[in-house]
Write a protein that binds this ligand. Structure first.
Ligand code: FAD
Length: 427
């Protein structure tokens, strides 16, 4: 015999934390909600792990970055969950789920039943072994997905001062970690498979600006190549990285950021999977009516794109969480999830935000010489569909997000580039 809850959230990351707060605002009663997380700590703002957490001085540490601090909301400490009658099962993995019986079994052997299940299992970092490279277990090879990873990286950084780091991957984990390593006085080489960093989003012009800044900070780029193997010392510590192009890079520390895979394995036989994630409708409800999915693991209809997408960004995790809770607790009052995709990143003194979709024609605006406030617009079929902005104010980010939501018609691309932010202000 196990316990029974009305609502169970599997996974205790960003989406779970924001869902918990929304549940209390919608009036959940004591003992109705249970969150099961295999991490040892209450939900926290994961993006902090590659930013404040890695600073050499006054690094950010829990409890200061528990959810929902990044939304300027309450900080939900373990005490908060207790005070709100929410059962928080930490360090506990969900081993199996039976959606027909509406039960799950945890790693402590307990069977838990629910009326509504919210899947918030997020994603895991892709491992080198999945690409045929051995060595992920070495004490100086680091990934960055959870607090354990971040603690390991922070420890290796401390013992690598003035040493050499190799960062594999040029996505936002690679870019943010490289910046943090430089700040920690470590020599960094970034290994990128493509022609430039953040290849999925940045235009070559945007990437060049950031890469030039990184170079000025001493970062070297090895492009169009990948890691093929490691050299080890007798303690199985990595000493060098071998690249496909024949180069060998000395390494005291390796950070691997080569992508993620959503944690869907518990549900693959029981729910419809699309684009690698759990397929949900505009209420975040899966193919099983009592089961919802939120955050990185959910593939949901994005109206602006006119198609199903799975997004790997924190804003989507927060908002999809709130929407699912609202759809469960106030079904009549809850409409469709009309989400405007929003991504952001911060490294060195840079800070950018992106709204919408990066398809169609692109035009740049702002001051790329000065490199402080600049951006780009994406236009598809004569309408503005996406915007990138570096160094904007809160109001300017709001302005571009509102403009993208309205999908205004665009006449001349050159005029649009000349008008820059002014265009968004007149929409
Ligand atoms: P997660 O936050 O990953 O939470 C999933 C949780 O479920 C984890 O605690 C996991 O351990 C747990 N879990 C999984 N399986 C089980 C199981 N079987 N049983 C129990 N628990 C389980 N996004 C941005 O937009 N901007 C950024 O600057 C940015 N920076 C980031 C920096 C880092 C280092 C990382 C790792 C991510 C960053 N992101 C950023 C992405 C953002 O953090 C994610 O989109 C967000 O965390 C997704 O929330 P989630 O709740 O879906 O998943």
């Amino acid at each position: 015999m196990g316990r029974a809850f009305v609502y169970v959230i599997v996974g205790g990351g960003v989406a779970a934390g924001y869902a918990a707060l929304e549940f209390t605002r919608k009036g959940v009663s004591d003992g109705e909600l249970c969150i099961i997380s295999n991490e040892p700590v209450a939900p926290y703002e994961r993006p902090a792990l590659s930013k404040g957490f890695l600073l050499p001085e006054n690094p950010t540490r829990l409890p200061s970055f528990h959810t929902c601090v990044a939304a300027n909301d309450e900080i939900l400490t373990p005490k908060w969950y207790k005070e709100h009658g929410i059962e928080l099962l930490l360090g506990t993995r969900v081993m199996s789920v039976d959606l027909k019986r509406m039960t799950l079994v945890s790693s402590t052997g307990e069977t838990i039943s629910y009326k509504f299940l919210i899947i918030a299992t997020g994603a895991r970092a892709l491992k080198l072994e999945e690409f045929g490279v051995e060595g992920s277990d070495a004490e100086n090879v680091c990934y960055l997905r959870d607090l354990n990873d971040a603690n390991k990286l922070a420890t290796v950084i401390q013992s690598s001062s003035n040493g050499n780091a190799v960062v594999i991957g040029g996505g936002y984990i690679g870019m943010e970690c490289a910046a943090s390593l430089v700040i920690n006085k470590i020599n960094v080489t970034m290994v990128l498979p493509g022609a430039h960093c953040m290849a999925r989003l940045f235009t070559p012009k945007i990437a060049t600006l950031y890469e030039d800044y990184y170079r000025a900070k001493g970062v070297k780029f090895m492009k169009g190549t990948t890691l093929t193997s490691f050299e080890f010392d007798s303690d199985k510590k990595v000493t060098a990285v071998n690249l496909k192009d024949g180069n060998q890079l000395p390494a005291d520390l390796v950070v691997v950021g080569i992508g993620i895979r959503p944690n869907t394995s518990l549900f693959e036989e029981q729910l419809i999977i699309e684009k690698g994630g759990i397929k949900v409708n505009s209420k975040m409800q899966s193919s099983e009516s009592s089961v919802y999915a939120i955050g990185d693991v959910a593939t949901f209809p994005v109206k602006l794109y006119g198609e199903m997408r799975r997004l790997e960004h924190v804003d989507s995790a927060r908002k999809s969480a709130r929407h699912a809770v609202s759809a469960i607790m106030e079904p009549e009052k809850t409409g469709e999830f009309d989400y405007l995709p929003c991504f952001y990143s911060r490294f060195f003194a840079f800070s950018w935000q992106f709204y919408g979709d990066h398809v169609g024609e692109v035009v740049h605006f702002g001051d790329y010489e000065e490199g402080k406030v600049f951006g780009a617009y994406w236009v598809k079929e004569g309408h503005l569909v996406g915007s990138f902005l570096e160094g904007g104010t809160k109001e300017e980010y709001e302005t571009i997000s509102k403009a993208i939501q309205l999908r205004p018609a665009v006449g001349d691309m050159e005029d649009l580039g000349r008008e820059g932010l002014g265009f968004a202000e007149t929409v």
